[in-house]
Design a protein around this ligand. Structure first.
Ligand SMILES: Cc1cc2nc3c(=O)[nH]c(=O)nc-3n(C[C@H](O)[C@H](O)[C@H](O)COP(=O)(O)O)c2cc1C
Length: 186
């Protein structure tokens, strides 16, 4: 298998990180990979907030947990009240990706950017996890304040975020893939 296909198969969602920060030069390569993703009509209506401030990340998690608990959805509350719960798994770098509200197929654009970021990171031995539960940060009345603090442009909304860093321990096994999802017409 060529190296790129191996990276695709070996990328795992990692949920435990070392404190060690990734270098600025690796971060730059990872962000560049993100913005080289294709976009509908080349619109590039996305925004990336890179957060490497632990105090801010912990404040975000505190607010996310509070919003989740207030929703009173049992499986979410159960997860958020687990000891050590941290939306970003204590990763030292988090990238919040937002997209323009009226842009065409913006969720697809941002999904492609997120995958480019995850694969570029993996190629540099940096682990990642795509996260959408970060969206609960914006679920209460303080959502607009958070948007301002994170520098999310007006008219843009959170789509997903990525935790990035060096994993603790080994990669988990890949969750099994359902291969019965393809039909070939020749
Ligand atoms: C759109 C999307 C949202 C996700 N949201 C979360 C999340 O909020 N928290 C989390 O721990 N993992 C999240 N994941 C990671 C998935 O759980 C993970 O990709 C899946 O279990 C397959 O595992 P793998 O990435 O190791 O192959 C998300 C993945 C995607 C694509």
């Amino acid at each position: 298998m060529n190296e790129f296909l191996e990276i695709i198969k070996n990328r795992r969602s990692i949920r435990s990180y070392q404190d060690k920060q990734i270098s600025d030069s690796d971060l730059e390569k990872i962000i560049e990979a993100g913005i080289y993703a294709p976009t509908s009509m080349n619109q590039q209506k996305w925004h990336f907030t890179v957060i490497q401030n632990k105090t801010l990340l912990d404040r975000m998690v505190h607010s996310i947990r509070e919003n989740i608990m207030n929703l009173k959805i049992p499986f979410l509350s159960e997860r958020a009240s687990e000891p050590g719960y941290h939306t970003f798994y204590n990763a030292p770098t988090v990238i919040v990706i937002s997209g323009e509200d009226s842009a065409n197929s913006i969720q697809i654009d941002i999904g492609l950017a997120a995958e480019n970021i995850a694969l570029a990171a993996c190629s540099l031995d940096i682990s990642s996890c795509v996260i959408t539960s970060s969206g609960f940060l914006f679920a209460a009345s303080e959502g607009e304040q958070w948007k301002q603090e994170l520098g999310i442009p007006s008219g843009y909304s959170h789509i997903c975020s990525l935790a990035l860093g060096y994993k603790k321990g080994e990669n988990p096994d890949a969750p099994p893939r359902n291969k019965e999802v393809v039909n070939y017409i020749k």
